[in-house]
Design a protein around this ligand. Sequence first.
Ligand code: F0G
Length: 459
Amino acid sequence: MNTIIEPFRIKSVEPIYFNTEAERALIVEKAFYNPFLIHSTDVMIDLLTDSGTSAMSSNQWAGMMQGDESYAGSPSFFRFEKTIQEITGFPLVIPTHQGRAAEKILFSILGGKGKYFVSNTLFDTTRANIEFSGAEGVDLICEEGKHPSIPAPFKGNMDTTLLKKFIEEKGTANIPLCIITVTNNSGGGQPVSMQNIKEVRAICTEYKIPLFIDACRFAENSYFIKLREEGYADKSVREIAKELFSYADGCTMSAKKDAFANIGGFLAMRNEDLAQHCRNLLIMTEGFPTYGGLAGRDLEAIAIGLNEVLDEHYLQYRIRSIEYLSNKLIAAGVPVMQPAGGHAVYLDAKEFLAHIPVDQYPGQALVAALYVHGGIRSVEIGSLMFGKYDEHKKLIPAQLELVRLAIPRRVYTQSHIDYVAEVIIEVFNKRDEIKGLTITEEPPMLRHFTAKLKPIESK
Ligand code: F0G
């Protein structure tokens, strides 16, 4: 038997709202060609993000009823803390309301002008929190990670030669932290190998720089290690995850991804001094250290979700179902990041819309086209998200122009995904009709969330 079935049955369902192509053309115009400004009830298949959009299990919902809402010392916190300690091996656990709250606390303490944070690739909120502190975020992705169409097993790896060179150049004192994002969301959801993590650890030890993991998708990354890295086939994903965390000094985590929770996050670490600093800030902005910004019931849902995600039937289904969509697109000649990521398929918009120059945001133009044609909501991960301006206000483009189709966990079935593939292939076949976009309004930071755009009319 080759068919891998969804390892769950459905007990509760939500309606999908249908609309027409003509209606969607008006909706996208009113939303200024920005998917974040479209109402979710106007979306048929929502692949904007895999964050906070998971279907919780009946066990998680049952756990929520057990949530103890005491301000201090709730048993829900101690279950949450113990689960994270067991999975990560980090003794000090600090709950936050989501991943970026953990980042804000960490970088407020470690950041500041003249400092550099080095990474394989920083996620947008991580980079923004670093920059907000006055510091700079630096991506040192391996060469394979820069070429969407060439498959390689671990395209999320950090370039260790560049890392050493960068540290030698800037000096250890100016680099408070190295961060490895697993899987590498902004670089195509690609995994990082255990070997690479070990090598980065050795460099960090040599130069006395602490290493943190951005652990949002640690289970998906660990499963890729099991599938692709020599020596791990017979290890459990739980063991692999434990080893992965053993090389780090701490982690930030958004529980909205691999923990199947609709909200939540945490910081975990080994250093008591740093943890104390974090808790002091936590109390000011998030809450008392035994609840962070969360309700007791959220802590329960996260604790249960963290154990559920390590189920290998689930991970096999998860990774294969993303690959299924990717394979259908590749067979039709659609340019996608290869191999498929752990949580998403990434279209290569630079190739897909080769007639649209990068300063006309081909990724965003493709996002709009997928919405209008099939009611599918996706997100640009390219020059709208990461582009900067030089002193003449000329765009400095991002390294890649990708469109991410992030698949919410346990939410859509195979026929939803078949529909998504059909829509993308139809759009691909009439790609020449798609026009570039220009920005009419934008905020100074994280502009992709609220920027307004309009199509460039042909001359
Ligand atoms: N780090 C990574 C790698 C992420 O993907 C995200 C969120 C965060 C940190 C921040 O976590 O949302 O809980 O504050 N990614 C979402 C996404 C939003 O769509 O990829 P958060």
